[in-house]
Design a protein around this ligand. Structure first.
Ligand SMILES: [Zn+2]
Length: 458
């Protein structure tokens, strides 16, 4: 599916990049003191070295290759780095500091999603492919590089102000947070795979047995209450994204296998028990305002004033979708992760406001980035981790989110609470939840996270 043409864009000046990045820096730490930060021409206390500003006058999706420099015991990639002979940070007398790479441009490049906006690469679902990303090319998808950049700036601001900065806290004073979410695509299709397999092997008796079960017993994926109870055992509440569209897309891609109206009392019961219920917008809505408007008007459970969204198949067209979310006054989205790999699509582990290239300002809606999806972990086109490999693979990413006081967003489909799934099923989910609980994470719904961010910083 090709990318739509580039819309008209506003110039991305140095001032615009500064304002956008510093706004997020101030949200990432508690009570950031007033310290002037900027390029040499403004004589700031914290001076940022200017590197390759012509890049932002063009439309190239990719900047020059990053340099790998030691910082905080790790070696993150530094884009817009000029002179490897200079130290990254120079602390000077009288509360002055100089940062010897263009931290603002590098953070802006990754956080704004510049690469996917200017790249025309899309996969068969219209998504920006992981294979086309700088995260894939330079191998840093599981590192929130922008948070590492912010640590350099933090050291500079601490020096300039004489005050220690602390990462922001979450509910109950927790040092990090986790959002557990479920996209509800299927409730009635667990029987289909074993039935088809029996047919393929010519085992008519086996096929008949599956068919009999289908008509006489509850489907193993018809398990919304089980999902809620499983999550509640960890003291957590989750966000359920429901698909209002039952019909498949014109290209044959399936939407829901259920009709939302038929399960409305169960959806209300989930909400009454403390879960959050939001919109899982169907195929095609990410690029179609009228279509998205119709789905946004479907009342899911109890109507509330915090509309949140995640697109089915993680469909997201960077040149169109963000503007639709502002047009419809969505308060948050949680679509932005790579389907092909766990990690950080915008190289940032906190919720953020995506950049609006048409206006040169931040969008109104909050992005709660998606870090790990069950399907990513075991899928012929994504990763093929064994159950024993899952937690060791994810742990370094979790450590990074914890270290920077971020939010870890997990997507586990209800169909993967089926005990028959022994690859990325309920046991693997439970191991992941046990890990998160053991690290004292503050569990919250996406709406809880939105409220904490919104009320702290508005
Ligand atoms: Zn879906």
């Amino acid at each position: 599916m090709p990318a739509p043409p580039l819309p008209a864009t506003a110039p991305v000046t140095a001032e615009i990049r500064l304002a956008y990045v510093l706004r997020h820096f101030r949200e990432a730490y508690e009570a950031v003191p007033e310290v002037s930060i900027g390029y040499a021409s403004t004589l700031p206390q914290v001076e940022i070295r200017e590197v390759d500003h012509d890049f932002f006058a063009g439309t190239n999706p990719y900047p020059a290759a990053p340099g790998w420099r030691e910082w905080g015991g790790q070696q993150p990639p530094f884009f817009f780095a000029a002179d490897p002979a200079l130290p990254l940070l120079e602390l000077r007398p009288a509360g002055r500091a100089r940062i010897n790479f263009d931290l603002i441009s590098a953070a802006f490049y990754l956080l704004s999603g510049w690469q996917e906006f200017f790249s025309a690469e899309r996969d068969q679902h219209g998504r920006f492919p992981y294979a086309a990303s700088v995260q894939c090319r330079y191998g840093f998808v599981a590192v929130p590089v922008v948070n590492h950049y912010f640590e350099v700036l933090r050291a500079a601001v601490e020096h300039a102000s004489g005050q220690a900065l602390r990462p922001r806290r979450w509910a109950g004073g927790a040092t990090w947070a986790a959002c557990i979410t479920h996209d509800i695509d299927n409730l009635y299709s667990a029987w289909k795979e074993p039935a088809k397999a029996a047919l393929r092997r010519g085992r008519l008796l086996g096929f008949g047995r599956q068919l009999w079960r289908h008509f006489t017993q509850k489907d193993a994926w018809d398990n919304l209450e089980l999902v809620q109870q499983t999550v509640a055992e960890y003291g957590a509440k989750s966000t359920f994204f429901f698909l209002p569209e039952h019909r498949q897309a014109p290209n044959g891609t399936p939407n829901a296998d259920y009709q939302i109206q038929a399960i409305s009392s169960r959806v209300e019961a989930l909400e009454a028990a403390g879960s959050e219920v939001r919109l899982h917008a169907s195929i095609g809505t990410a690029t179609d305002l009228d279509h998205l408007t119709r789905e946004a008007m479907v009342t899911l459970g109890t109507p509330t004033n915090v509309p949140g969204i995640r697109f089915h198949y993680l469909q997201w067209e960077p040149r169109v979708t963000p503007a639709l979310l502002d047009d419809l006054a969505f308060e948050y989205d949680s679509t932005l992760g790579f389907a092909e790999h766990y990690g950080f699509r915008n190289s940032y582990c906190l919720p953020f406001q995506p950049f609006d290239f048409r206006t040169g300002r931040a969008h109104d809606f909050l992005e709660i980035p998606l870090n790990v999806m069950d399907a990513t972990l075991h899928h012929p086109r994504y990763l093929l981790l064994t159950p024993e490999e899952i937690l060791p693979a994810l742990r370094p990413m979790f450590r990074e989110i914890e270290r920077f006081g971020g939010v870890c967003t997990v997507l586990w489909h209800n169909e993967n609470f089926d005990p028959a799934n022994q690859r990325n099923g309920p046991r693997e989910f439970q191991k992941l939840m046990e890990y998160l609980r053991s690290r004292n994470v503050a569990f919250g719904t996406c709406g809880d996270i939105w409220r904490q961010v919104y009320y702290d910083f508005s």
